[in-house]
Design a protein around this ligand. Structure first.
Ligand SMILES: [Mn+2]
Length: 438
């Protein structure tokens, strides 16, 4: 793959001598960090370029892109090759999503799936690309680590990812997977929704009891942060949390690596930074998170304000969904939030629900939210094992004329609002049939 990146860099260098580059990236954390890495690298390379951040890639969006510029897609487009074949310009793609169509002549694509490489985030690919342009871009490795965390690819780290982590001077420590690990523990535990700790999440009293059980005391009235704990304290905290999480599947996901990255000259929890970037996009301000990633202090302040607003927004959406009547069957739940939950946060809401103890391992959760004349559909699998939700969703959506993006355990699509009733009917049928087969 690294050789193909080298060739792609050379080709882009040649073509961009006459043409401007139009960068199109996804609005999630991985996409925003990808865009930040590439925009810094292109400006250091003295290239002329513009940046577009989009929610998703649809035919109309591709049609509207300029043909007199080179198109460079980050963290998306692997699944839109047929549309791209019709564009009369050269196209580059750095992406890690599944490829379902033939690669057209005008497209140069770097995707770890083609090369049978380890999973690498869009930001990781953008970083490898930037580093190939110039070693000077090694200072962008931290953004690549944040992108990797944003796409939760840190559980399967191979050679390429280890190298990216090494370039970034990230500090990794094994511990309890709650964030932010850099803030006082009592707050972090009380507000932890992922993992959801029964009796502790949302309860100040429960939090204090847990800390007492773990023998963790205050110093000058403050609790230490997770990263400040001694190994012994970390161990007893993990035990105390384990005792409160009854199911073993949940227990195995409690421990993992904490990633501390240097950001704005401070050591920060990569998961927290990732959440903040993501929040800005979900609240329709991707330009703020992009500026934040590029190190702009004003944007940092703004981003922090939006992050607080986002958290409030998310909590009210979760409350709404909890009380909403759902369509349920064996091993599935369909949640139609209509106009009540923002289309940009429905994916997050679905993810949080899928990790809560309410649904058993393998349950498919499909949630719907309106987006003007369309409906955003998000599908997740509860726990880590189960059927391929991307396939399940495709079976329903493709005959209706739509397309599905995502991964086997998290997928989504857009459908026309007119198809709401038909979609739910077909989805129910497919979910029932799948169950019989298994
Ligand atoms: Mn990604």
């Amino acid at each position: 793959m690294l050789n193909s990146i080298k060739e792609a860099v050379k080709k882009l260098d040649e073509l961009s001598k006459q043409k401007k580059i139009c960068v199109i990236s996804h609005y999630d954390t991985d996409g925003i960090t990808s865009a930040a890495i590439i925009s810094r690298a292109l400006s250091r390379w003295n290239k002329q370029f513009s940046i577009k951040i989009i929610k998703g890639i649809e035919e109309e969006i591709i049609n509207a892109l300029p043909e007199k510029e080179i198109l460079l897609f980050l963290d998306l487009a692997s699944n839109s090759l047929d549309y791209l074949a019709k564009k009369n310009t050269e196209i580059f793609i750095l992406d890690h999503h599944e490829i379902t169509q033939e690669i057209p002549q005008n497209v140069t694509i770097i995707n770890p799936l083609i090369f049978k490489e380890e999973p690498i985030s869009g930001a990781g690919l953008s970083y490898l690309f930037a580093k190939t342009i110039s070693q000077e871009n090694r200072d962008l490795a931290t953004l690549a680590v944040i992108g990797m965390i944003g796409d939760t690819l840190e559980t399967d780290i191979g050679k390429l990812n280890s190298e990216i982590i090494k370039d970034s001077e990230t500090i990794i420590r094994k511990g309890l997977l709650i964030y932010p690990s850099t803030r006082p523990l009592d707050r972090t535990l009380e507000y932890s929704s992922s993992p959801y700790i029964p009796g502790v999440t949302g309860s100040f009293k429960g939090t204090l009891e847990l800390l007492k059980d773990a023998n963790i005391t205050t110093k000058n009235g403050y609790y230490k942060s997770l990263t400040e704990l001694t190994d012994e304290e970390m161990g007893s905290l993990i035990t105390a949390v384990m005792l409160r999480c009854a199911n073993t599947k949940q227990q195995t996901n409690l421990i993992g690596n904490l990633y501390l990255v240097k950001f704005f000259n401070k050591m920060e929890d990569a998961r927290e930074i990732s959440a903040l970037i993501n929040a800005c996009s979900r609240m329709d301000c991707p330009n703020i998170s992009l500026g934040f990633c590029l190190g702009n202090k004003k944007f940092k302040e703004e981003a922090e304000k939006i992050y607080i607003k986002y958290k409030q927004h998310l909590i009210s959406a979760l409350k709404y969904v909890e009380e909403l009547e759902k369509i349920t069957g064996k091993d599935y739940a369909i949640i139609n939030t209509k106009d009540y939950v923002k289309d940009t946060i429905i994916g997050t809401v679905t993810s949080i629900i899928s990790r809560s103890p309410v649904y058993s391992e393998g349950t498919i959760i499909v949630a719907l939210a309106y987006n003007k004349d369309k409906i955003k559909v998000s599908a997740r699998i509860a726990g880590r094992h189960g059927r391929n939700v991307r396939e399940v969703l495709s079976k329903v959506v493709v005959p209706l004329g739509g397309e599905v993006g995502g991964h086997p355990n998290a997928a989504g699509c857009l459908i026309s609002k007119e198809l709401e009733g038909k979609f739910i009917e077909e989805l129910k049928k497919t979910l029932e049939i799948e169950v019989v087969k298994v």
